[in-house]
Design a protein around this ligand. Sequence first.
Ligand code: GLN
Length: 485
Amino acid sequence: MMTDLTDLSLSEAREKLRRREISAVELTRATLARIEQRDPTLNAYLTVTGERALKRAEAADRALANGEDRPLLGVPLALKDILSTQGVETTCGSKILQGYTPVFSATVAQRLDDAGAILIGKTNLDEFAMGSSTENSAYGASRNPWDTERVPGGSSGGSAVAVAARMAQGAIGTDTGGSIRLPAAYCGIVGLKPSYGRVSRYGLVAFGSSLDCPGPMGRMVEDAARLLGVIAGRDPLDSTSMEAPVPDYRAALTGDVKGLRIGVPREYFVEGIQPEVEAAVRAAITQLEAMGAAVVEISLPNTDYAMPAYYIIAPAEASANLARFDGIRFGPRMMRGDMWATYKATRGEGFGPEVKRRIMLGTYALSAGYYDAYYGKAQQVRTLIKQDFDRAFEQVDVIAAPVSPSTAFKFGANVDDPIKMYLEDVFTIPASLAGVCGISVPCGKDGDHLPIGLQLIGGAFREETILRAAHAYEQATTWHTLAPA
Ligand code: GLN
């Protein structure tokens, strides 16, 4: 017996809606009740769009009654608060955008809307998506539903918490260096970072323009496949979105990995990794092998240089992108004597410490005389990292690795040491720099009952391959069926 509608995965809910066994209003009400009950502790949401959602749900029920069918008709979804939503406050987790209400929607938000999804709210994040724990949010951190003394991962932590704690059927996050995969792993859900250019960035408030990728988060691989199918594809409003046709991702979920070649990069199993994480990931790889995949060891020799290159490139791009927030064009303005004083006060009070750190780092790396030494060099390293992946994907279809070296850490554990915080992303950043796709799928628990994620990385525009492998693994295991108390 189903006790609570919020326990339904996106795919299950969608099928029940389609068969009219449940209504969108019932499901939306149950989700809002759940948010009211859980979110005062978990802080996944910055904005809950309850009234608006119920109106949409009524409209969805009318459409369903008329026999209409759209891919997400009637399903409550959460969006990371860095995606512009027309008429709904969009803060990026920053004080500098408090009260800012976009006059247009991100293409991703628009496509979900067109597919019949119901926006239930905007989720918490590290300020401008800079961070790995949501501790950099100006609105307080989100809490991990498996252990509320621990971080949910970041930067898309609110989205991951919303999905894991049954406060949304699915969510959209963004991944610049790991921000979908890491919180998915820490919260025990599925998160997919699409290839760069697979999903439009139009209306996504830019952090690192050459790295940012919006992508799906859900309780099951099929949920991610459904969401990706809706948001992927060329967008004339984003010149870096690719023309490539969008495959039927659900059709790729065959449950079969026979003949699939899986590479295990030796650079991703190094000293310092939590033993339980390594054991769970290796067990998952053995499982895939038992199901007929061919497993080989591979090398991605430039892995060590990914982190340093990323922390030049991402801040450099951020420093340029964040120049637009000056109190004149968006958000609150701290009026002072003259224009310069106003800029200074607005940016000084509006941005948090991590954002300032990155603006300074990035501005320095781009300044005359240092540009070639830092930014130019980092771009060359990026090419080497991409070539590592190019070579690997001549040999294998999928690369299997941990998502991060450890499970969710306690609040405050890394805040005084930015480098330690940056290291949470050592295993996710290389794929981001290379522009390839990756998925995190639950593969175990550690001694503290915290979820562990398996990362499956695929070549550019091979989302169907990682979805297929992740789904086959998921169907053979029960990790995805576990829910936080
Ligand atoms: N944690 C990484 C950073 O702070 C990645 C963030 C992201 O992917 N948005 O930059």
